[in-house]
Design a protein around this ligand. Structure first.
Ligand SMILES: Cc1cc2nc3c(=O)[nH]c(=O)nc-3n(C[C@H](O)[C@H](O)[C@H](O)COP(=O)(O)O)c2cc1C
Length: 329
């Protein structure tokens, strides 16, 4: 019988299926259910940098209140009483999760700057998180920025975080970059343990009658798979950190494809929204059946078999034109 156990960012996982950060990983009940349905690890819903900042400002306000230095600021800070200690709740979620399940718990922060808040990352580590995923979305759309300026954000965040924690750090990025391969390669050498390719953020759509910009699809579809599949295949075995695939994995077959492409782990969110958390069981059963069918005893027997570095026809991952369609007709 196939052995699904594997290693990701130095953590031993019972299998490479990870419940990605989403609204489904935000409560202890959900975490316990994911554990029951067999996932290998769970990434908690992201704590947003803005939430950490509010906590920091509350601390500051408390200090000021005690010393009566800036009493006029208190009116402003009092408004934050409604914010129910988000950071404290998050730390409690980590601690409760660690008590309730044995699978690794990966805390997540959604970051947009490298300023000040990284000091708080150590709190997540102290609460018991096994690793930290940094969800960074940078849209390089400013004409006045050079590619170097846009990329600096990633390196600044990594540098600031690595000073604060010694648990494994994973960087989750988007594919918006002027030189993605080079960026992934250089980030992989910063000391991070892994990268997640790719995150999924708000994308705009246009209502042609109301002339309003509105959110497009929140969930991915299986048609979104090829982008992450291509980049996992191109990067696997050529960068200096582990890789988790994310986006468009909706079934066992897509899960297997990502491992063949070279993913050390595979993160899933939308399919769990669509089919329920129990879908994890089906995906794992499919993986096991596939391994038995091909006589693969362990994950490493076939991981990266179809990656750019090892495939018989690596150029297929770099092909940019549909020759058959564009040249032949
Ligand atoms: C409703 C929803 C909420 C999400 N929230 C987060 C989040 O807080 N942090 C994060 O890093 N990713 C978040 N994601 C992105 C997922 O973790 C995942 O990277 C993305 O959806 C692509 O995977 P999928 O195709 O399996 O959905 C969210 C996705 C969805 C659908």
């Amino acid at each position: 019988m196939a052995n699904l156990q594997t290693f990701f960012i130095g953590l031993k996982l019972r299998n490479p299926l990870i419940a990605a950060s989403s609204g489904l990983t935000n409560s202890i009940e959900d975490i316990v259910e994911f554990d029951k349905y067999g996932v290998g690890a769970i990434v908690l819903k992201s704590l947003f940098e803005e939430e950490i900042r509010i906590e920091m400002e509350k601390d500051l306000a408390k200090m000021n209140k005690e010393s009566f230095i800036y009493p006029e600021t208190m009116d402003f800070y009092d408004g934050y009483d409604e914010v129910d200690d988000l950071l404290s709740s998050y730390l409690k979620l980590i601690a409760d999760a660690k008590k309730s399940v044995s699978v690794p718990i990966i805390a997540s922060i959604n970051c947009v700057t490298a300023e000040k808040w990284p000091y708080y990352a150590s709190n997540l580590q102290d609460a018991g998180a096994d690793a930290l995923e940094l969800n960074i979305f940078s849209l390089p759309s400013d004409f006045s920025h050079t590619p170097e300026k846009d990329e600096k954000l990633y390196f600044d965040i990594v540098e600031a975080i690595m000073k604060q924690v010694n648990i494994p750090v994973v960087l989750k990025i988007s594919y918006y970059s002027s030189n993605l391969a080079s960026l992934v390669y250089r980030l992989s050498k910063t000391g991070i343990s892994g990268m997640t390719l790719f995150n999924r953020f708000y994308s705009p759509d246009i209502d042609i009658h109301s002339f309003e910009v509105q959110p497009s699809y929140v969930y991915s579809s299986p048609k979104d798979l090829p982008i992450s599949l291509r980049w996992i295949a191109l990067m696997a075995g050529r960068v200096e950190c582990d890789l988790a695939a994310s986006t468009g994995v909706h079934d066992g077959e897509a899960f297997i494809k990502q491992i063949l492409a070279g993913a050390d782990a595979v993160q899933v969110a939308s399919a769990f929204y669509k089919y329920g958390k129990e879908h994890a069981l089906k995906m794992l059963t499919d993986l096991e059946a596939y391994m038995d069918e091909h006589n693969f005893k362990t994950i490493s027997d076939f991981k990266a078999k179809m990656s750019y570095a090892r495939a018989d026809n690596p150029a297929a991952f770099e092909r940019a034109q549909f020759m058959k369609h564009f040249a032949g007709k």
